[in-house]
Design a protein around this ligand. Structure first.
Ligand SMILES: [Zn+2]
Length: 245
């Protein structure tokens, strides 16, 4: 059962793009260019949660954009917000260069993200401006307030713009941060796993190698076991009113 379900899920599609075949084949099969936004709360969230999928989508000829809700201002001990933000912006530049994608910084503050009318509007306006085909963001049930806030802002914006794109949730350190995460889609990232890790390791200030070793790589392997490959990333598709998409 698992084999059938896992294989079928891995063969399914993010916004119409099959990700189990070689990236070149995907490009040949789908030709057209789609736009995918991966919206994370902090620098390193898109890369660690969905970096392999981002690389595959990019290599298949799509436009992939990493969106950071904050600049990770609170993420370096002993540094002021301004100093930490400066370091982490450079690290994000480097990570996105590795993946060959562009990025956008929003103006919320790490550890102090807000969910209010102004922030809802801000997220909606970003999505109206960018007009993505697919958005991947945080699963909102997460012990980190910023991750939860990010998921809620994107979910609200998706509804407000009329559900004009496919919305997927990603997991962040499931068990510690994401809770009760239930995947609907698995993406085999074997062809790009080294590239993903190279992008993650650009976030030097976060002590990324131990995080990869202790959390992200075991998660990739676990999700890989579920869909019969070496390393995978898992996502949950928001199916509300999906028939209208
Ligand atoms: Zn985070």
């Amino acid at each position: 059962m698992l084999k059938g379900a896992g294989a079928a899920a891995a063969a399914t599609i993010l916004g119409g793009l099959p990700l189990t075949a070689a990236a070149q084949d995907n490009a040949a099969a789908y030709g057209g260019k789609r736009k995918i936004l991966v919206i994370g709360a902090h620098p390193d969230d898109p890369e660690t949660c969905a970096g392999g999928t981002m690389c595959l989508l990019k290599q298949a000829g799509n436009e992939v954009v990493s969106v950071y809700l904050t600049r990770g201002e609170a993420g370096i001990e002993g540094m002021s917000h301004e100093q930490a933000a400066a370091v982490r912006v450079v690290e994000s530049d480097n990570a996105c260069r590795v993946m060959g994608i562009r990025h956008i910084f929003m103006d919320q503050v790490d550890g102090n993200t807000e969910v209010n009318l102004a922030r809802y509007k801000e997220m909606r306006e970003l999505l109206e401006r960018e007009r993505p085909d697919v958005v991947i963001t945080h699963w909102p049930i997460d012990s980190h307030r910023d991750h939860a806030a990010c998921g809620l802002l994107v979910l609200d914006a998706w509804r407000r713009v009329g559900r004009t794109f496919r919305l997927y949730y990603m997991e962040a350190m499931s068990g510690t941060q994401s809770q009760m995460f239930t995947p609907t889609h698995w993406v085999n990232i074997d062809p790009v796993v080294d590239l993903k890790h190279e992008a993650c390791l650009c976030h030097v200030s976060q002590g990324m190698q131990p995080l990869l070793d202790d959390w992200h790589i075991p998660m990739e392997k676990f999700r890989g076991l579920e869909c019969r490959c070496g390393a995978a990333e898992a996502f949950a598709l928001h199916t509300e009113a999906l028939k209208s998409l």
